[in-house]
Design a protein around this ligand. Structure first.
Ligand SMILES: *Cc1c(COP(=O)(O)O)cnc(C)c1O
Length: 377
């Protein structure tokens, strides 16, 4: 019922993404090995599976033994349910006022982060029982119940009809720095509340990818692996996914659209930001910032042409970029070019692209444009 597009060279754009589902499964197996038996795994597939295409990924993760899935928004859960996925779905942050009916209808397990949501959810439950988690702000300082409202929330979740308090959850602010003192402090705060409200042994959760790999003490009852599944290091910029045994999931490819020769003094693209200093062979590629190839990559990035690096020259346009082929062996129009991922032995890792852009791997993935076809290999 989930259809998986496969690549057809004869049709469609000559710019595409190859998503390696076996690599995702390999990375998921790393998360499975990192946790003790009995700890449940709920992979995070929010934002269209970190931009890579949620349905094939969700299906593969469930086949590989995921206990359920986490999404951010009701719409994301709806897409999974429409595709026939019946496993538990946790709603991480999307419980806004007015969405309670949808949460009940889709049989979601929401993170509840404010008191007022509880009576609303109870009314929406009708004859059903909604399993919920109370999301505690243990130090992240973002979403969550503050310490002074937890007691009232626990009492309310226990007293109101149609609600079942499954456990307490929180999110770490500095899990990418395993030795940061706030990790232990946040864990301590959560454990303290579990004891105080007699919830030890229930479905508590704290760990994201970084904590799964570096802090077994935070694993509790169930964990929420995200970025590691997609092949990027949760410890960026300290290392790469490849260096810690994760497999790259994404290959972003295109083909040369046009090749021209520039004389010294001639320029490339908007604003004349690249001016040829020598006779230069310049290739135009059909990919731009509308595809998620960020404008900040202009005069910054390199691409791989038959395993060799060629610099991106001039500004990134909406639909095109230019690369300098002058130092490379001759190639023809139609030549494949790798923007991200493996090209034989050579590779451009998402961490490298994130560093060029001054961002993190999460954003590189999430920015991948909707108009770029994704093929699952
Ligand atoms: C996105 C998210 C995760 C996954 O985090 P990664 O760093 O990608 O592993 C886990 N928990 C919550 C609450 C999230 O929002």
């Amino acid at each position: 019922m989930i259809t998986m597009p496969t690549r057809d060279n004869s049709a469609g754009r000559p710019t595409w993404l190859e998503i390696d589902l076996d690599a995702i499964q390999h990375n998921f197996a790393m998360a499975q090995r990192a946790v003790a038996p009995g700890v449940a795994l709920f992979p995070v597939v929010k934002a269209n599976g970190y931009g890579l295409g949620v349905l094939p990924i969700a299906q593969r993760l469930l086949e590989a033994g995921a206990d359920g899935l986490c999404v951010a928004m009701v719409e994301e859960a709806d897409l999974l349910r429409r595709a026939g996925i019946q496993q538990p779905i946790v709603l991480l942050s999307g419980l806004s006022a007015g969405l309670e009916q949808a949460v009940v209808a889709l049989n979601l397990q929401p993170f509840v982060f404010d008191l007022a949501a509880l009576p609303r959810l109870s009314r929406a439950a009708g004859t059903r029982t909604v399993p919920l988690f109370l999301k505690i702000n243990t130090g992240m300082g973002r979403l969550g119940l503050t310490a002074d409202t937890v007691a009232e929330a626990v009492a309310s979740a226990r007293a109101l009809p149609g609600l079942h308090l499954d456990g307490l959850v929180a999110h770490l602010a500095a899990a990418d720095q395993p030795d940061h003192p706030s990790n232990s402090q946040q864990l301590h705060n959560l454990l303290d509340l579990l004891t105080r409200f007699d919830l030890t042994g229930r479905r508590a959760s704290l760990a994201n990818s970084a904590a799964i790999l570096s802090r077994p003490d935070t694993h509790l009852a169930w964990v929420r692996p995200g970025i590691m599944l997609y092949g990027a290091s949760p410890f960026f910029p300290a290392n790469t996914g490849r260096a810690i045994g994760l497999q790259p999931v994404v290959r972003w490819c295109t083909r040369i659209l046009q090749i021209s020769t520039l004389s010294p003094g001639e320029s490339v693209g908007y604003g004349h930001t690249f001016i040829a200093q020598r006779p230069s062979r310049i290739a135009i590629l059909p990919v731009g910032y509308a595809d998620g190839y960020s404008r900040s990559l202009g005069n910054q990035a390199t691409v791989l042409v038959a395993g060799q690096r060629a610099p991106v020259v001039g500004r990134v346009s909406m639909d095109t970029i230019a690369i300098d082929l002058t130092d490379l062996p001759p190639v023809a129009t139609g030549q494949p070019v790798t923007l991200l991922g493996n090209d034989g032995e050579a590779h451009i890792d998402v961490e490298e692209m994130a560093a060029w852009r001054g961002t993190i791997p999460y954003e590189v993935f999430c920015n991948l444009g909707e108009r770029v076809p994704r093929y699952y290999v």
